[in-house]
Design a protein. Sequence first.
Length: 267
Amino acid sequence: MFYILLKKMIKRELIEPILSEYPVISLAEMEGIRLMNRVDTKYTTSLPELPGLLKSLQTDYLVQEINGSLLNAYHTLYLDTYDRDMYMEHHNCRRLREKIRVRTYQDTQTVFLEVKAKNNKGRTKKRRLELPEIKDYKQKKAEDFLVRYAKYAPETLLPRLESRFYRITLVNRKKTERLTIDLNLSFFNPQDDAEKQLDDLVIVELKQEGHQPSFAKNILSDLKIRPIAISKYCLGTVMTVPDIKSNLFKEKIIQINKIRIKQHGTI
């Protein structure tokens, strides 16, 4: 059932003609711009605002192309403890926190076990290990990787949330920053078989080596698209886990729902 959500048609006719006017950059060329130690800034907007944003960014950005596609499909399995310690670290505004996930890049059929750690200066460091299949996060090689790089013991980790989405990846012409644009988001809670689709929401993430001037920041500000610090893992958890503690996310969820109301008139 959750797989079918990914197959729902997104409004390609609104997006692909604009993306086709961008200069392209290949996946191989993007390998040199991975920004594994970086500062991330997240923004949210609605799907109808996306064409205007993409047109405004055309002069300074290239778009990543994978196997002829400019819209790439992702599947992510988030791991957490029984008590959802990683979710609670984020909820409780812990500056030092971690996220562990298994991400499938569906256009290339590559799978990575990833550990993302945020330090007390707001920088995110990502380490990853390629796996043959998503289920191999339980194998010894993966467990050794987690023992080395994660603060949570492998045996304490459980599948807690799945997400699927399409991503547009832009890189500035100077190749000093990346901008990812995620749309057609779906979440699935495997414990309760709860699903939530947010195909009206767009999540934009600016990835930089540090806090510095950015053409994208200026465009987002001009379009009144404001930063909002909430991860897809936390958003999906709030949306699909009944009675989860979420009071410190309340204002952010209100802000996200206002964006969705703006599109639909109701939720």
